[in-house]
Write a protein that binds this ligand. Sequence first.
Ligand code: 5GP
Ligand code: MG
Length: 369
Amino acid sequence: MIKLHDKYFKPFISAKQIDEAMQRLAIEIAEDVGDEIPVFIGILNGSFMVVSDFVKKYPNPCEVTFIKLASYEGVKSTEDIQRLIGLTQDLTGRTVIILEDIIDTGNTLHEVHRIFKNENVKSLKIATLFHKPEAYKKDFKLHYVGIEIPNKFIVGYGLDYDGLGRNLPEVYQIKETQHMTNLVLFGPPGAGKGTQANFLKEKYNLVHISTGDVFRFNIKNETALGMLAKSYMDKGELVPDQVTIDMLNAEVEKNTDANGFIFDGFPRTNAQADALDKLMDSKDSQINAMIALEVDDEILVQRLLERGKTSGRADDADESIIRNRITEYYSKTAILKDYYSAQNKYFGVNGVGSIEDITVRLSAVIDGL
Ligand code: 5GP
Ligand code: MG
């Protein structure tokens, strides 16, 4: 992923794919042109890389020149097109091939055709490396198209976002979901995870997705996924990961304006962590960190026994049950600690201290992401 100005872009078309497309264009055009000496005309600025690489692959003699058109610069393309450098040579009777980096709405092409209307060229053909069929609003024929792409903004290989990105040798596509902070939050029983999750959610405008709550909600409201999950539970079987992921997906989609999510209670296994990565990837996003509150066992036992005295929770009253829950927690998190450490995304945070101290430590991790 790269950032240009305020926007994030993800790898989309590799240098190798571009090279192959350019090679195909060069061969196809050379076959059609035959013995003639064509004049290739690049449209500046964007097509400088296309033209440079294209003519190196063109197997026969040719001429090269440029015209310079300028359109509104930014993510929104082409409204007004200005002619900055026009034709400087007589092209009467010549075979002219326009080399474009990208044809989007076709507005630029419209201007190109206007320029050539009175030029008496022998033929005028249009070649473009990229074309966005969904955006194209004109009916000028495109004779040679390298790669058709969806109607999303791209940068690289000559194409810029507000001046930046032209130098990239590969092409990147804009990320629709801009940068989110997605956390997987862990903490042993008694570590104060719930308290901290509430605080983080407020401070960073994150949505707290507790898998337990999501399950209860879906089952209580008898959603299709809830009924499906229940059918497994009623048989005493584990709910398949895909069902859980589908529920989480629904939660993520309900909260499209969030700055990110705190996942709590999921993932528990490598397979689930993989599934969660895929889910985030499908949203043009990612898990940024696994944060685990670390609290010494003896302190946890004391805390939970204290809590048991007032809460009346049976599982907080018995020391051996408490110790079991803590041991189980560590055996489960160890796998995930390895999983996220391998991606440099594991952060252990000291969970001993006042609530305020711990929130300060957590914020330091998040602010550093
Ligand atoms: P058209 O005139 O066909 O709508 O668009 C052509 C011009 O718009 C291109 O030469 C380019 O300057 C700009 N453009 C269109 N789509 C994109 C895109 O996805 N990325 C970038 N960087 N520029 C684009
Ligand atoms: Mg252009």
